[in-house]
Ligand binder design. Structure first.
Ligand SMILES: [Zn+2]
Ligand SMILES: [Zn+2]
Length: 283
């Protein structure tokens, strides 16, 4: 009995280790890399570390970083208005996956160059593509396949299965931010952000903190999205760790004055009554 259980336990432990490592690698690749680092410049990290973190996003099928950034900046400019590339106002399935097939109708390739002008001259981001073209997407798919082949050689089938499950979960969790976190009947608002963005706890858990999406629309440049004690924000914890290690610089945190000025607490009836201010943020 004991001899039979050992390999099973080893398999479970191996799978769990690969899954958790993959989830953090791909998850932080999107939330910390593509989103808080590249799109909003909420923090600065050394170039090598930025590339390493962003590779997790690229290998979770997020496509070219410069293109992703340009689409997300457009989303902030037109949030839930005509021209928003992935608002659920145009349909839930459109916001979940449909927009990826027709995003060029919302944004021209010239617009990408304008929106992401701080990235388009970087040789790595340039090589990964600056257009909404099939070739840009195909390059990303090819890299994703090659990465899993490499993983198979290093870690065998358990590593690949755990990694693929983690990457697919991360991929769809990111789309939940576009959909669930912009549906008026979910979660709560802490900021009057002139759109339908909401804070949704279970999306925040899945997306390492990105589900505090109304907080993010309220103060987009903040490196910290979870702004109250119960708003768990794993991406922020990673940034704080990098800061402690001396790797993170220029971490953008709003002062309490800014937060309170932008808050509109009467829009948050679901918040615990004792929580009135965002005490934990305030450098
Ligand atoms: Zn949004
Ligand atoms: Zn954003």
């Amino acid at each position: 009995m004991h001899i039979l259980m050992t390999p099973t336990l080893m398999t479970v432990l191996t799978f769990t280790a690969w899954f958790l490592a993959s989830y953090l690698y791909h998850g932080l690749g999107i939330t910390l890399g593509y989103h808080r680092l590249l799109t909003h410049a909420s923090v600065k990290l050394p170039k090598w570390l930025t590339y390493l973190i962003c590779s997790g996003g690229y290998l979770a099928l997020m496509g070219s970083p410069a293109v992703w950034v340009s689409v997300h900046r457009l989303h902030h400019q037109k949030s839930d208005l005509p021209g928003d590339p992935h608002t659920p106002m145009d349909g839930f399935m459109h916001a979940l996956v449909g927009w990826m097939t027709n995003v060029h109708q919302f944004q021209t390739d010239e617009e990408i160059l304008r929106q992401a002008k701080d990235l388009v001259n970087d040789p790595v981001y340039k090589a990964l593509g600056l257009t909404h073209s099939a070739s840009q997407a195909q390059l990303c798919i090819a890299a994703c396949v090659a990465f899993r082949v490499m993983l198979y050689i290093i870690g065998g089938p358990i590593a690949v299965i755990a990694n693929v499950i983690a990457a697919v979960t991360v991929f769809f969790s990111t789309q939940f931010v576009n959909t669930i976190c912009h549906l008026p009947n979910h979660g709560y608002k802490s900021f009057d952000s002139n759109d339908n963005s909401r804070n949704v706890w279970w999306v925040a858990l899945l997306t390492l903190g990105e589900g505090w999406h109304n907080n993010h629309h309220g103060i987009p440049k903040s490196a910290r999205h979870g702004m109250q004690w119960f708003e768990i924000d794993v991406t922020w914890y990673a940034i704080a760790l990098f800061e402690k290690l001396g790797l993170a610089k220029d971490v953008v945190l709003p002062t309490r004055k800014v937060i309170e000025a932008r808050q509109n607490m009467h829009l948050a009836p679901n918040l615990p009554k004792k929580v009135k201010t965002l005490e934990t943020v305030g450098k």
